[in-house]
Design a protein around this ligand. Sequence first.
Ligand code: AMP
Ligand code: ZN
Ligand code: FE
Ligand code: FE
Length: 290
Amino acid sequence: MTILFWIPAFAGMTIIKYMKIDLHTHSTYSDGTLDPAKLMEKAHSLGITHIALCDHDSTEGLQQARAKALELTLTLVPAVEINTETNNIHVLGYYVDENDINFINALKKNRDSRERRIEVILGKLSELGIQITKEELREGNRETSLGRPHVADALMRKKIVSTRQEAFEKFLTKGRPAYAPHNDTTAIGAIETILACKGIPVLAHPGFSQQEETIQWLTSKGLQGIEVHYPTHSTQQIKKFSELAVKYNLVVTGGSDYHGPGSGHEAMGTISAPENTLDELLKRKQKLFS
Ligand code: AMP
Ligand code: ZN
Ligand code: FE
Ligand code: FE
């Protein structure tokens, strides 16, 4: 969805202000394949005007993203995505305070837990005769927040699979031989972590199995928004989640969940959040924290 609106300009002239808002992307600071600067360039080339970088359990890429966004006059929203073990719920946090020491520590704890999980996964692969080291997964970015897609990429480099999707289907998804459960982050814990640093918690991609009862429950725990617009959501799902947003007074957001070239999650440019989304998120921030 592209939003165009007219604003009055000099002496009777009008100019078009154009907004294309993608509030869900990942960089090499988690499991994206583009570094933050390249991600901003890609977004700019696709006509995106407002973008959130939501690396998994990390805000480490924001500084680089911000510098490039400034150069390109892109508006960058500082954000994060926290995956949890509760019902496979992922929580996005917008306008988080990346300098809040408790927030920094909470994310670091989650990343440490991710490392331990990856070690279990690599152990299982080793038992299957596939040797991969944790260092190989980092590909030079020592700061990266490790996840299963990094294992998938290593399996691709070894020509054991040809896509991330195939690696998940053969090895990494629940029920497959190298699966290991996530850390002990809960959905409520994720919401609390985000609220504690004055961020706005939003339920990511509810189309992946989230029911009304879950949305109602999360809202009672402080959830403020729902990612209605998402590449895999059907028209019916968009309608259903839009109605639930009204019913539970949640901000409607949207994003592509872009993970970069070769990731299989490459729909940047095809999705835009509604034009009032950032205003609505900022209003929540003001209401909750000032
Ligand atoms: P993790 O954070 O380690 O649990 O890995 C979850 C991430 O893996 C998600 O955020 C997606 O980026 C990616 N992912 C999940 N399922 C698949 C799949 N079937 N194919 C490719 N990537 C996937
Ligand atoms: Zn991801
Ligand atoms: Fe997610
Ligand atoms: Fe994501």
